[in-house]
Write a protein that binds this ligand. Structure first.
Ligand code: OAD
Length: 234
C-alpha cells in the first residue's frame, strides 16, 4: 500500500475525526472489542441518567476513577502529530468522540467534543457547567441545588445541537477528513464522515479493523493510530 498513501501536507483544511482507538496506545481502553469498557461494565448501571438518578454516588465514583486513570495517561504521538498539523495549518479542526481531553493536552485547540468531557460538570436542571471536577461527593451540587453530573453524552442522552452544528460545518468546509480509531457504530457521530464524502473531500480511515463504513472511504488504512499518523504526516 506504500505508494498509495496520501500525504496530509497537501491539504489546508483538514478534519481529524477521532474515537477511542486514538487513545488506545495511551493505555486508555476502548469501549468495544477485547478489554472494552462496555464488555466489563453495564452502561445501565454507570452511564445513563436513570442510573445517576438511582445512585449518583455509584455513578460519580465510577467516573472519578476513570478520570484518575486518564490523568495518569499521556497523549501519544498521534495526538501530538494532530496538534502539530493544526499549529502549522490553522484551518485544521479536531472533532472527537473522546471524553479524555488528550487532544487538548497534546496542544490541539477548539476541539469539538461530540460526547462531552470527563473534565467538566453540568447541571441537568439549569444547564450550568463547571470545571470544578475535584469536588467531594457531598459538594457536587450546583447553585440551583441540583446534582452536578459529568458533562458527557451518556446512553439515552441527546447530543448538544450547537456542538453537532459546529462539527457539521467544519466537515462541510474540509478538504480532507481523517477518521481515526472509531468503530462507526454510535450515531449520529458515525455518519458524520459521510458528509465529507458527499462534498468531495478526500476521506481516510485509520483503524486496525474494518468498520461498517470502511468501504466508503477513499483510503481505508489498516493499522494503528500512531504508525499510520506517522506515515501520513511524513
Ligand atoms: P469503540 O470502542 O466503539 O471503537 C474503537 C475503535 O478503535 C475500534 O474500531 C478499534 O478497531 C479501533 N482501534 C483499536 N485500537 C486502535 C489503535 N491503536 N489505533 C487505531 N484504532 C484502534 O470506540 P468509539 O468508536 O470511539 O460514547 O465509540 C463511540 C462511542 O461509544 C464513544 O464515544 C462512547 C461509546 O459508548 C460515550 O462515551 C458517550
Amino acid at each position: 500500500m506504500g505508494h498509495d498513501i496520501p500525504k496530509l501536507r497537501e491539504f489546508e483544511r483538514l478534519v481529524f475525526f477521532t474515537g477511542a482507538g486514538l487513545s488506545a496506545e495511551s493505555g486508555i481502553p476502548t469501549y468495544r472489542g477485547d478489554g472494552g469498557v462496555w464488555g466489563k461494565y453495564d452502561y445501565r448501571e454507570y452511564a445513563c441518567q436513570r442510573a445517576f438518578d438511582r445512585d449518583p454516588a455509584k455513578v460519580w465514583l465510577w467516573h472519578d476513577e476513570r478520570r484518575a486513570a486518564i490523568a495518569k495517561s499521556l497523549p501519544n504521538i498521534a495526538h501530538e502529530l494532530i496538534a502539530k498539523i493544526q499549529g502549522q495549518r490553522p484551518g485544521t479542526r479536531v472533532i472527537t468522540q473522546n471524553i479524555d481531553g488528550l487532544h487538548q493536552r497534546a496542544g490541539s485547540v477548539d476541539v469539538i467534543e461530540l460526547h462531552g468531557s470527563l473534565w467538566r460538570l453540568r447541571c441537568e436542571a439549569c444547564g450550568s457547567r463547571s470545571e470544578n471536577f475535584d469536588l467531594p461527593l457531598e459538594s457536587k451540587h450546583c447553585d440551583c441545588g441540583n446534582w452536578w453530573r459529568p458533562d458527557l453524552v451518556w446512553f439515552e442522552d441527546m447530543l448538544d445541537m450547537p456542538v453537532i452544528e459546529a462539527a457539521v460545518s467544519a466537515i462541510e468546509q474540509c478538504d480532507c477528513l481523517v477518521s481515526i480509531g472509531t468503530s462507526a457504530v454510535v450515531y449520529p457521530a458515525a455518519e458524520m464522515p459521510i458528509i465529507a464524502m458527499r462534498t468531495g473531500a478526500l476521506t481516510i480511515e485509520i483503524n486496525p479493523e474494518e468498520t461498517p463504513l470502511s468501504l466508503l472511504y477513499a483510503h481505508s488504512l489498516r493499522g494503528t493510530a500512531t504508525e499510520l499518523m506517522a506515515l501520513l504526516a511524513g
